[in-house]
Design a protein around this ligand. Structure first.
Ligand code: SAH
Length: 381
């Protein structure tokens, strides 16, 4: 076992009958979702967790899908008030991987049996960057074909807001999933944590474009933002449901001291971890068959945060595969885990972590969500 692999305590815990009843309800209104999110006693949290795990296993099975995370570039044209790679932070060295380096990361994923990968970066729309991503996607799909995965690795993009034309070019190059977090579904809070040129409305429109083009669409929020209420978080869950998304990635907000938002007070670490976990469970209970990531931010705040996420209804983990020499320059928040480990060490460590949560790794396939398969099959002629 890798030295960075703590174990998670398991065992039977009493569950609150009131919260168990609520969690088992088939349709939840805003107030009921908010009530679920208020679970704070151990027995209340356990009731919500146990039902979310039950729904997950019944609807999605016990496999955990892996997506190797390649942080393609930390260059960014945006200035989000919370983010450690915002353009105003002129002191951090900016890097962009080459197509060869990105494809080499993809080969590591293919060898490790990860099945798919995520290309994430700061937001840029200049031609050189989009050409680079298109080339990388095309080469990944072609050069990672193997006997066990004849279609090559699945490719998810997470490179921010782009035009319809760019989204379409990237889709045609072979990317089939796209993650664009709404960050918060409360337009006022969105406006408070972004510069005025970034509008809530245009982000929502991007989600529509992605879906129209044919991507499997993922969104998500940061949990525990300064000024965010339980009602806001309940609305976030309903936003995911109403936009019929296929995937969700959300994690605790982590203040970055060099950012404007990082200087504002927010809930303590334990409370942000609790909230992030009950959000995962609530998303599972309301959306049922979507893929939900247990995010790195959870592990940054709790050494067994990602395993806990799996036990609260998540079924995706994104192992780090960014080349180690640039990894430290991609710090959206402080305390990012796995800064020093090699890709191989991360691989062994993750398999142990997944098994410690009683689950199984889904090797060598794309691991699309049951929701996406159901939705996209309906569109076939
Ligand atoms: N430029 C891309 C990728 C952004 S980084 C885009 O706009 O989609 C991916 C996610 O990291 C963001 O969507 C945000 O939710 C999260 N993130 C950024 N700063 C964070 C912080 N300080 N704490 C927690 N999560 C953060």
């Amino acid at each position: 076992m890798s030295s960075c692999t703590p174990t998670i305590k398991r065992g039977s815990r009493a569950a609150s009958p009131e919260f168990a009843r609520l969690a088992a309800q088939r349709r939840l209104c805003r107030e009921e979702v908010a009530k679920l999110l208020s679970a704070s006693q151990a027995a209340e949290i356990e009731a919500v967790r146990a039902e979310a795990e039950r729904v997950l296993l019944a609807r999605c099975g016990n496999e955990v899908y892996l997506r190797g995370l390649v942080e393609v570039s930390n260059a960014c044209a945006r200035d989000c008030h919370y983010c450690g790679i915002r353009k105003s932070l002129t002191a951090i060295p900016r890097y962009t991987l080459t197509a060869d380096e990105i494809v080499a990361c993809a080969q590591l994923c293919a060898e490790a049996g990860y099945g798919s990968l995520v290309l994430q970066s700061g937001e840029r729309s200049d031609k050189a960057f989009i050409d680079l991503v298109c080339t990388a996607v095309r080469r990944i799909r072609r050069e990672t074909r193997t006997a066990v995965q004849p279609e090559g690795l699945g490719v998810t993009l997470c490179i921010g807001q782009q035009s319809r034309e760019i989204y379409k070019r990237l889709f045609d190059a072979g990317a089939h999933r796209y993650l664009l977090r709404i960050e918060t579904s409360n337009p006022k809070l969105f406006a408070a944590i972004h510069p005025p040129e970034q509008s809530f409305q245009s982000r929502v429109e991007c989600l529509g474009l992605l879906r129209e083009i044919g991507y499997q669409v993922g969104t998500g929020v940061m949990v525990g933002l300064p000024g965010q209420s339980i009602q806001d978080l309940a609305d976030d869950i309903l936003f995911f449901r109403d936009h019929d998304v296929d995937m969700i990635g959300m994690g605790p907000y982590i203040p970055h001291p060099d950012t404007p938002l990082g200087r504002e007070p927010c809930a303590d670490v334990a409370e942000r971890v609790r909230l992030a976990l009950v959000m995962v469970a609530a998303a599972r209970l309301v959306l049922r068959d979507v893929n939900i990531a247990s995010t790195t931010a959870l592990q940054a705040l709790d050494p067994v945060g990602r395993e806990k996420g799996l036990r609260f209804g998540a079924n995706v983990i994104m192992p780090q595969v960014t080349p180690a020499d640039v990894r430290r320059h991609y710090q959206l928040y402080p305390g990012k885990p796995c800064l020093e480990e090699s890709a191989g060490e991360c691989q062994t460590c993750l398999a142990m972590r997944i098994e410690s949560a009683g689950r199984k790794v889904g090797y060598n396939h794309w691991g699309d969500s049951a929701h996406a398969r159901r939705r996209l099959d309906r569109r076939m002629p």
